[in-house]
Design a binder for this molecule. Structure first.
Ligand SMILES: [Zn+2]
Length: 463
């Protein structure tokens, strides 16, 4: 059996042309399932032929249309014929790009050498179609450049199917996203002058959740790991917006955060809440991006983890045989810690930590080695927690009250962002090493993909 695929083209002038694209043939009697229907290689060949026919036809008509002088209607003389190569999702196509002499009626000085123009070159301004670049960047942001190139090569006649090409296109798209962000961030936004609105804004201010993630650096870089700052901006009535940056290479890193805030309805002068772990650089970043008031809040999750460590050591001590009387008071204090910190009584929490530490130190001397090791660990954990609380004093709040008001108290959602943005693409399990610049650019595309800012449709990013 045989099939012939013919393409019927009707030009704008009404002329009909038929081109034979491909012929498929199969034996009269098939013996396996694989022999029935289209196969991938045939489909790729068909798509490539179809693309070449369509593209060349369209470009030829475009050139013919522009050859006619708009002023006098005369065909402009042909100067020479050139070709341009255009990469598409459906193969690389060589198109004719004729150059024409500009019509005499349009020349200011008829004696001068005629100027030329090429309507096809004016149209084909890049080496690839935007669609190919978009798909390469999307795949490159989702998975390794090599895998992305393999996927494209497996399914489509797209060319070139090399990982360098995927990487370069991903970087090119990232640079454009960043440039757009910078431009949007630089736009002057009218300051809000209505007091009622300002009061409402104070009540529902945007929340920036920040967290850091470490990425393994390529050999040859000064550091083994470098940090990427990931975050999410949430504001009532707006879809959350993610951002990510590698501080050392981000060009105007404030712009990235600023544009995320502007996108969320934030306006110059509005206060912002920043939730982060104890790293003072993170709220400072928000402050420099907004240039306005920032309410920093220490992330409850990071605080709670440290309380958990104290509780754990205490539980270990209590489980020892025989039961220990001397730590009776310390035990009560440890049980109160979480409650005290949750309700904003960090002074009382520090006092309690002081009591636990001294009681544990007193108890160390007369006891057995197992007990001693655990008691020392308790002292260490308590000292750690106390230092953490004292260092972050200005950012501790009444978490209970804020939680009951339905406001975020933790960066756990930012941590989800870290997982989605960084870990799923760059973590150690994948054995990948990155240059700070490369990581920064891939993160721009991934953030845009996750938010649905990339292309038009919101896209769910697979881990
Ligand atoms: Zn003319």
């Amino acid at each position: 059996m045989q099939w012939t695929v013919r393409l019927e083209t009707t030009t704008s002038a009404g002329e009909v042309k038929t081109t034979e694209l491909v012929t498929f043939s199969r034996p009269a009697v098939v013996s396996t399932l694989a022999e029935i229907g289209l196969v991938l290689d045939e489909t790729k060949a068909l798509l490539a032929k179809l693309q070449a026919s369509m593209l060349c036809g369209q470009v030829a008509e475009h050139a013919a249309h522009h050859r006619v002088c708009a002023a006098c209607g005369v065909l402009q003389p042909l100067e020479d014929r050139r070709t341009r190569r255009l990469q598409t999702l459906f193969g690389t196509v060589e198109v004719e790009a004729p150059r024409f002499k500009v019509c005499r009626c349009c020349q200011s000085t008829p004696t001068a050498e005629a100027a030329t123009f090429s309507p096809v070159c004016a149209l084909v301004t890049a080496r690839c179609k935007p669609e190919l670049e978009r798909v390469q960047a999307e795949l490159g942001a989702r998975t390794s450049f090599r895998d992305a190139a393999r996927i494209l090569d497996t399914l489509l006649p797209a060319s070139p199917a090399r990982h360098e090409s995927v990487r370069n296109r991903t970087h090119a798209v990232a640079l454009r996203i960043e440039a757009d962000d910078r431009q949007a961030a630089a736009e002057v936004v009218a300051v809000r002058n209505e007091p009622n609105k300002a009061a409402a804004a104070a009540e529902h201010r945007p929340v920036v959740m920040l967290d850091g993630a470490y990425i393994r650096a390529l050999p040859g870089h000064q550091v083994r790991n470098f940090e990427a700052v990931c975050g999410k901006v949430e504001h009532e009535g707006h879809p959350a917006r993610r951002f990510a940056l590698v501080r050392s290479v981000a060009d105007q890193l404030h712009a990235l955060l600023r544009v995320a805030l502007l996108d969320q309805g934030w306006r110059e002068g509005d206060a912002v809440t920043a939730i982060s772990d104890g790293d003072p650089a993170l709220p400072a970043l928000v402050r420099s991006a907004t240039g306005g008031p920032v309410e920093p809040i220490l992330d409850w999750f990071h605080l709670s983890m440290r309380v958990h460590h104290v509780e754990q050591v205490m539980r270990g001590l209590c489980a020892l045989e025989p039961p220990l009387a001397p730590l009776g008071r310390a035990r009560v204090d440890v049980e109160r810690l979480r409650h005290l910190l949750w309700n904003g009584h960090h002074d009382k929490a520090c006092e309690a930590l002081g009591r636990i530490t001294s009681e544990a130190k007193d108890a160390i001397m007369p006891n057995n080695p197992t007990f001693e090791a655990k008691a020392r660990r308790l002292v260490a954990r308590c000292t750690e927690l106390r230092a953490y609380v004292e260092n972050n004093e200005g950012t501790l709040i009444d978490y209970g009250q804020r939680y009951r008001a339905g406001k975020p108290i933790s960066t756990s959602r930012a941590e989800g962002t870290v997982n989605q943005l960084v870990n799923a693409r760059m973590n150690k399990r994948r054995q990948m090493r990155w240059s700070p610049r490369g990581a920064h650019r891939v993160l721009q595309v991934r953030a845009a993909l996750l938010d649905g800012r990339f292309g038009h449709q919101p896209i769910q990013l697979a881990a």
